[in-house]
Design a protein around this ligand. Structure first.
Ligand SMILES: NC(=O)c1ccc[n+]([C@@H]2O[C@H](COP(=O)([O-])OP(=O)(O)OC[C@H]3O[C@@H](n4cnc5c(N)ncnc54)[C@H](OP(=O)(O)O)[C@@H]3O)[C@@H](O)[C@H]2O)c1
Length: 293
């Protein structure tokens, strides 16, 4: 976490690099009051903060993650505060578990109005450190790509039949900025779901199902915690990130993107080779193993 005194202009930097999309309580309540919203990855971090905010606004929130006791603790906290929440402990890396989840959810609630696909797994590892670890790439894909697609495939038929539904993808700004050494497995898996959903969006809109993607900047959660460099960079709190996710739920924009990401994306495409060389130099300078690996 970022600690100590912050330099002047820190909050402006945070807003430029991470965005500060907000949604007032009354607008959120008008959009989600009485709605059924399923939030994956709601045991911790952005998902937990999102579920709590949505429940305060009057939504019935369905909490999905693996850690059953933590998930139940979040649900209990919401219910104690007067909200409606139900925990569905599920490992999204298991397709059969997703089928059971959706069958149970539809039996209990009849339908889902909004899916917030937020659960995710981060990994920062050089390719040399991955030679004996293909399972890392498989696991990252099963949580960030295959699980989310399976969940959408299970929920879409009921949404299309009702003629309404909204799918929110909590993606990362990293899929829009130039590629970064060591983040290959994570960014490839997040990119895969991003592209998959944007293709699917064109097929389902006519049936009343919309999609929004939040290209989230840095958020200080247990996901970013293990990377010392990220702890020093300007980032959002989980509650600020939840504000963006809730804005996507209520306003249904095509995407929410931090201000500096669009020029970085354009510049990266325009100056692809020099940008690659720049990041290559950074990788070489910070790589603990020197020479070819
Ligand atoms: N933090 C950032 O800087 C940042 C930036 C951009 C985008 N994002 C994205 O934001 C999302 C949330 O990240 P976060 O920072 O809030 O991380 P986090 O605090 O680590 O939360 C991740 C959530 O995903 C759940 N999860 C992980 N594997 C799962 C699985 N196999 N099945 C079901 N649930 C699983 C975790 O719950 P259990 O462990 O209980 O299963 C947890 O609730 C992720 O998709 C991430 O890629 C984060």
């Amino acid at each position: 976490m970022v600690t100590g005194k912050r330099p002047i202009g820190w909050s402006v930097l945070v807003a430029l690099t991470n965005g500060r999309t907000r949604i007032p309580d009354d607008r959120l309540a008008a959009a989600v009051g009485g709605k059924v919203v399923l939030v994956t990855g709601s045991s911790y971090g952005i998902g937990e903060a999102t579920a709590k905010r949505l429940a305060r606004a009057g939504a019935t929130v369905l909490l999905v993650a693996r850690t059953a006791d933590q998930l139940e603790a979040v649900a209990e906290e919401i219910r104690t505060a007067g909200g409606k929440a139900q925990a569905y402990p599920t490992n999204l890396a298991e397709p059969a578990a997703i089928e059971r989840l959706v069958a149970n959810v539809l039996a209990d609630h009849g339908h889902v109005d909004v899916l917030v696909s937020n659960a995710g797994k981060s990994i920062r590892r050089s390719v040399a450190d991955s030679y004996q670890r293909f399972h890392d790439i498989e696991r990252t894909n099963s949580v960030n790509y295959l699980g989310p697609t399976k969940l959408v495939l299970e929920l879409l038929p009921s949404m299309r039949k009702r003629g309404s539904g909204h799918l929110v993808n909590v993606s990362t700004a990293g899929v829009r900025t130039p590629p970064l050494a060591r983040w290959s497995a994570y960014l490839a898996s997040k990119s895969a779901f991003d592209v998959w959903l944007r293709c699917v969006a064109q097929e389902i809109r006519d049936d009343g199902v919309t999609t929004s993607t939040v290209y989230m900047g840095l958020v200080h959660t247990r996901m970013s915690d293990p990377t010392p460099l990220l702890n020093q960079l300007p980032g959002l709190s989980p509650e600020q990130a939840a504000d963006q996710v809730c804005a996507a739920v209520a306003n249904k924009p095509h995407n929410i993107t931090p201000p500096l990401v669009r020029p970085a994306d354009a510049l990266g495409n325009l100056l692809r080779v020099p940008t690659d060389r720049l990041f290559e130099q950074y990788f070489l300078r910070t790589n603990r193993k020197k020479g070819p690996e």
